[in-house]
Design a protein around this ligand. Structure first.
Ligand SMILES: *[C@@H]1O[C@H](CO)[C@@H](O)[C@H](O)[C@H]1NC(C)=O
Ligand SMILES: *[C@@H]1O[C@H](CO)[C@@H](O)[C@H](O)[C@H]1NC(C)=O
Ligand SMILES: *[C@@H]1O[C@H](CO)[C@@H](O)[C@H](O)[C@H]1NC(C)=O
Length: 208
């Protein structure tokens, strides 16, 4: 049985995306497709290279108020059986954690994706920002063997899942730390064409 994240726990707060727009970081001139979830105002920013098919690397920036303990993306649009990227504040820095949930229980570490934490990953008095490059988030193999890919040529918006919690991970310096259950979750609708950029490699270099 495959439950979508939206179907999971009707008691948890659900919220929809309020806007998808282009966002260009004034400090770095890196441009992303930005989706802001309506519950806590967490911004998810994504850029992908101008390619015709997966696998491809993904540039992800998450900007969250400090009241958000962790926030994450499910690249297949659900909690289970797809790569999950979690971010959180870790002192003045931010941490990234690669996860996978075989069931609707706390996601464990996932070795199928690797991350580089990039410039602009920091925590200030009001927000934390994670800027990371993911290799392994655009294509994955489910238990049972089937390969699933994000389609960079999709002409209709692609559903990604997000989830967040108001609780900090138990050990913020530990990327396999236990985490609290999400307090909100929903869908991000990613416009692949808008997230695509010819400057992808340039962006990654400038952030490295
Ligand atoms: C934790 O960090 C190490 C070192 O960077 C990395 O090799 C590992 O894949 C990470 N694990 C998770 C679950 O993100
Ligand atoms: C902290 O960082 C966020 C994200 O860059 C920014 O919007 C916010 O203004 C910063 N807060 C302060 C107090 O500088
Ligand atoms: C990180 O957290 C996991 C899960 O709680 C734990 O098993 C592991 O020992 C921790 N690692 C360190 C270095 O504390």
């Amino acid at each position: 049985m495959k439950l979508s994240l939206t179907a999971l726990l009707a008691s948890a707060a659900s919220s929809s995306v309020i806007m998808a727009t282009q966002y260009c970081d004034p400090a770095t001139s890196v441009c992303y497709e930005q989706m802001v979830e309506a519950n806590m105002g967490v911004a998810y920013r994504i850029a992908i290279p101008n390619v015709a098919a997966a696998p491809f690397d993904i540039l992800l920036q998450i900007v969250a108020p400090k009241s958000v303990g962790w926030a994450g993306v499910g690249w297949g649009g659900q909690m289970t059986l797809n790569p999950l990227t979690l971010g959180w504040a870790n002192g003045d820095a931010t941490g990234v954690s690669s996860r996978w949930a075989p069931y609707h229980s706390m996601p464990g570490p996932y070795a199928g994706a690797t991350y580089t934490v990039l410039k602009g990953s920091e925590t200030n008095s009001t927000h934390w920002t994670l800027t990371t490059l993911c290799r392994g988030c655009s294509q994955w193999t489910a238990q049972g063997g089937g390969t699933t890919s994000l389609d960079p040529a999709a002409t209709t918006p692609v559903n990604l899942a997000y989830a967040l919690s108001r609780m900090m991970p138990a050990e913020p310096a530990n990327n396999t730390s236990s985490i609290a259950y999400h307090t909100a979750r929903g869908m991000l609708t990613l416009d692949m064409a808008a997230a695509k950029t010819d400057k992808f490699e340039e962006y990654v270099q400038s952030l490295s």
